[in-house]
Every structure is written in C-alpha cells, then in structure tokens.
Design a protein around this ligand. Structure first.
Ligand code: SF4
Ligand code: SF4
Ligand code: FES
Length: 277
C-alpha cells in the first residue's frame, strides 16, 4: 500500500499532460474476410484482409463496421464495403450468424478479446448450408419453410372469444421455456453433417419446435400433423445423432433431448397410430 502511494506521489503528471497526443491506434484488429459479389458470380469469390482500430469490448460486428467506414485492404486497395446482416445486436434476432474462426456463431456476441486476445487474425466467412446472397449474407428462407412444414404455431382463427388460455403446470412451463428461445439463426443447420446438398434433412431447429408446440395444451391439437411431417423423407429419421447442433446453438437449447423426445413420439405414432385413426 505504502509503495503504491509513493508511486502515485511520484507520477510525473504535469509532464504526461504536455506529451503530444499519439493518434495512432495502439492495437489493430486483423480481419480476413471471405467475399463474393453476388450469388451468380462465383468467380468473384476471394479473401480480403483488413486492419481496423481496436476498441475496448468490441465485437465482430463493430470490427465489420470499421471496415464499412474505411473499406481499404491491408495492401492499400480501396474496395466495396463488406456487407453482412445484423438487427438486434444482442443475440435475439439470429440474423448475424457467420463462420468465425471456423466455428459458426453470432457476430454480435463474439468478442474480439475472446477470439483474438493476442491480435490473432480473425477469419470471417458466410454460412455454407444456405444460399449465398453476397459477402457474409445468406438466405435463411429454408429455416422458415421448415417451420411451415411442421406447423410451428398454434391455430387461432379469431372468430370467437377464447377466454383465458389453458393453464400450464410450472414444470411444463420450465420444460417449454428453454425450447422457445430459438431465433432461427441457422447455426445448428450449419454444423449438422446431415444437412448437405444431397439430403433433405429438416434439421434440429424444426424438430425442437415440434416438441415445443406439441407440449402446449392448445398446440397439442395438431400434434399428429407435426409428427407426420417429421415422418416423411428428410424427417427425424435422417438425424445421425452426431450432436454438433447442440454444441453450437447460441441459445443453449437442448436439441439432442428434443430429437430423442420427438423420435420416441414418432415411433409411438408409427406403431400405434392406426389405433387412433
Ligand atoms: S444430432 Fe447431429 S445429425 Fe442430428 S440434428 Fe444434431 S447435428 Fe444434425
Ligand atoms: S436451435 Fe439454436 S442454433 Fe438452431 S436455429 Fe434455433 S437458436 Fe439457432
Ligand atoms: S444481430 Fe441479432 S443475433 Fe446478432
């Protein structure tokens, strides 16, 4: 304590204030970005590298914003600004999924200090399991089409007063809440080996939605329709149980549990469904 006080007392405060301000950023963030000008221009696929000023607590989106402000590569070439998608900036909308340093994740919640603490190069690529639009933007329509296939909603036609909704037990609410946090970001599809050009696999996010809606007292009215949708080509039987999906889900949704629960339900329906017809 005494030492600290001595050091503070000895600090040459006046001299420091008189020193010229150094505007050169003390640290630069090195980005290597995969680019492509348009879906129909595969020949424009390339890597470009940028160095941007480091800001405390910056995330990958802030680094991309710096590139957008000064789109000049490390070898001094002026280029078109890099484009990407992001909306909420707080890991809610699911729009900013990218492959960062080889792992799919949200650019808004990926901190530069965490992935490149010593100034390592950060590689940024678009997801590969979705059609490319441009640079880091992909088309996630497939995710939303999958939700339609499994009827991931509860039908309310609005023609009459429904009154208070059915009551759910505390236990059921606790089971359903984690499942409801899916933001259709696509990370689980990107990581799943069963989702590829030669497969129609619907993917774990839609399977999880079937569990979510079938657990709801009103949603259960269409339980069998949802299960039937998963018993067709590209349905739950295509899951190889590699568990990559659960590893990358930013919302920590228990996807493998959901797959097991729904697989049991589809098996029951397959074996005993005729009894219920
Ligand atoms: S368990 Fe494996 S195969 Fe099944 S959805 Fe997840 S990543 Fe894909
Ligand atoms: S289940 Fe997780 S990884 Fe998959 S789309 Fe939903 S939030 Fe994203
Ligand atoms: S910007 Fe919405 S999840 Fe990243």
């Amino acid at each position: 304590m005494a030492d600290t006080e001595t050091n503070e007392a000895e600090a040459p405060k006046k001299k420091k204030a008189a020193e010229p301000v150094d505007e050169t950023p003390s640290r630069l963030v090195h980005l290597k970005i995969r680019r492509q000008d348009a879906a129909d221009k595969p020949d424009s696929k390339r890597w470009e590298e940028f160095k941007v000023p480091y800001l405390p607590n910056m995330n990958v989106i802030s680094a991309l914003q710096q590139v957008q402000k000064y789109p000049k590569t490390t070898d001094g070439k002026a280029v078109a600004p890099v484009v990407w998608e992001a909306v909420c900036l707080e890991e809610v909308c699911g729009a900013c999924s990218m492959v960062i340093n080889g792992r799919v994740r949200q650019a808004c919640s990926t901190l530069v200090d965490t992935i490149a603490p010593n100034g390592e190069t950060i590689t940024i690529e678009p997801m590969t399991k979705f059609p490319l639009v441009r640079d880091l933007i992909v088309d996630r329509t497939r995710m939303f089409e999958n939700l339609k296939k499994v009827k991931a909603w509860i039908d309310l036609d609005g023609t009459h007063e429904l009154g208070a909704g059915p009551r759910e037990s505390q236990e059921q609410q606790e089971e359903r809440y984690p499942l409801s946090r899916c933001m259709t970001c696509g990370c689980c599809l990107e990581a799943c080996p069963q989702v590829n050009d030669s497969s129609k696999f619907i993917g774990p996010a839609a399977i999880n939605q079937v569990r979510l809606f079938n657990l709801h007292p009103s949603g259960a009215m269409h339980k069998n329709q949802r299960l039937d949708a998963l018993m067709t080509d590209g349905g739950i039987a295509d899951c190889g149980k590699a568990q990559n999906c659960v590893e990358v889900c930013p919302k920590e949704i228990p996807l493998v549990d959901s797959i097991s629960v729904v697989a049991r339900e589809t098996t029951k329906r397959l074996l005993f469904g005729w009894l219920l017809k």
